[in-house]
Design a binder for this molecule. Structure first.
Ligand SMILES: Nc1ncnc2c1ncn2[C@@H]1O[C@H](COP(=O)(O)OP(=O)(O)O)[C@@H](O)[C@H]1O
Ligand SMILES: [Mg+2]
Length: 257
């Protein structure tokens, strides 16, 4: 994608505060996502990354703050409300049904049926599943296999494909999509995100601990420290060393205080 300033924000958060009882998980987060961009979010354990993602997916309501989708203020009432607006998430603990097949998972809760009588149109679902996986560049030997037989990377790829090919997906939120994955599987998902980035139709936020992943596929990176975004730069204008130094400084301050 181009990095020109004229690219509009598809999503914007302003002053997001989230409290869980006495715990303040987010202390006024403002951030934005441009159309077609891949934004990386990094930060220590407990910094508030997942909480921010869950607010953007409609899972948590913010205690304070505002969200804007394509410039219009929105109030996300639920995850399905966010989905209906084109915001899709893939979580670490995937919502796939292990004993069902690849194609059944792809169309779980959005099955294709014949017009009349309304039996499941398996042929059409299988055909579309093959097409989606091919488009996305993922090789799954048999879509009639139960999901349980597949590797973690293949399952993750199906979850991403499902989100990408849901009706009107505009924004894809990935919370540590490569966690607990081998190098080969992680590469498969990275390639997939890279292809989506090249297409430029879907805007993506990816939370990841691993700076190599962030620098491999993100256009821009935000650092969250103790519930605040403390850093926001295009990846081309920063480095792993610069980010590492910031985090080392955070530890040093924490120890001194
Ligand atoms: N549902 C919850 N109830 C209470 N505290 C929570 C909840 N979710 C997250 N927190 C707290 O909010 C802070 C941020 O957590 P989280 O967003 O999961 O961090 P990260 O994803 O960056 O590791 C932590 O202190 C965590 O314990
Ligand atoms: Mg997390």
């Amino acid at each position: 994608m181009s990095n020109t300033e004229e690219v509009p924000d598809v999503l914007r958060a302003e002053g997001i505060v989230k409290q869980f009882g006495s715990v303040v998980a987010l202390r006024g987060v403002s951030m934005h996502l441009k159309k077609g961009e891949v934004l990386g979010i990094v930060g220590d354990n407990g910094a508030g990354k997942s909480t921010l993602m869950k607010i953007l997916t409609g899972f948590h309501k913010p205690t304070e703050g505002k969200l804007y989708l394509e410039g219009e203020e929105i109030e996300l009432k639920s995850v399905s409300h966010a989905q209906s607006l084109g915001i899709q998430a893939v979580y670490q603990d995937l919502a796939l049904a292990n004993d069902m097949t690849v194609y059944e998972n792809m169309f779980l809760n959005k099955e294709i049926t014949h017009k009349f009588p309304r039996f499941l149109n398996k042929r059409e679902m299988k055909k579309k599943t093959r097409q989606y996986l091919e488009d996305i560049g993922v090789n799954i030997p048999s879509i009639d296999e139960p999901i349980a037989r597949l590797s973690g990377g293949q399952r993750q790829a199906i979850a991403v494909a499902r989100a990408v090919y849901s009706a009107n997906t505009k924004i894809l939120l990935l919370d540590e999509p490569l966690a607990a994955m081998g190098a080969k599987e992680a590469t498969m998902i990275m390639d997939l995100i890279q292809r989506l980035r090249e297409d430029g139709e879907i805007s993506i936020i990816m939370v990841d601990h691993n700076y190599a992943h962030i620098f491999g596929i993100c256009d821009r990176v935000n650092l969250i420290q103790h519930g605040e975004i403390t850093y926001d730069k295009p990846t081309a204008e920063t480095s792993m060393e610069e980010l590492t130094d910031l985090v080392v400084e955070e530890y040093r301050r924490a120890r001194a205080s």
